[in-house]
Design a protein around this ligand. Sequence first.
Ligand code: SF4
Ligand code: SF4
Length: 192
Amino acid sequence: MSEQVTGGFRKRTSKAGVVVVPRPETFAKATWLPAIARGLGVTMRHFFTNVTSQKDIATVQYPEETVAYPHRYRGLHRLMLRDDGSVRCVACMCCPTVCPAHCITIVAEETGNANEKRPAIFEIDELRCVVCGLCVEACPCDAIRMDTGIHASPSEKRFTAVLGKNDLMSRGSLSIATQGGRGDYRDPEKTP
Ligand code: SF4
Ligand code: SF4
């Protein structure tokens, strides 16, 4: 059997390779009291440092405090508006088609204009949304954006997380894009 002293402990190894760890030789090592006192000392030092000065605390007291979001932060959706305040969306169904979470529901209706429709119902379930931004990328007419910088609110009831057309339009604004372009794609004679 060989014997080795490491950190005040004697470690014996038998010929068969079994490590025999004998009982600690001192009261301090047996009870771990000095080590516990050292650990508590570190805890108390941090406690009093953080009570008297909060400069090293990285935690943000949300929602009273918030950090500045990155320029391209994806917040709650919004539906953009035309000059007359109506919705820009033409119910083309590109966004619900591309959405990987299947959380966009659109029911289209006629507008009286043979070239485009509009959404009678436009809903987004923010609890199912994975905030990928693909709906914004897919939209051909800048009708949906995620540039609000607003968090999805906590919901106590499941249905309150489903935003409707009016919710989405209430955050909308005019787009710099031209709605619909010029001419009529059905009639090349009228297309400049
Ligand atoms: S951000 Fe992604 S998951 Fe959310 S509604 Fe748009 S496409 Fe769907
Ligand atoms: S992709 Fe744009 S225009 Fe098409 S349904 Fe979605 S929001 Fe409306």
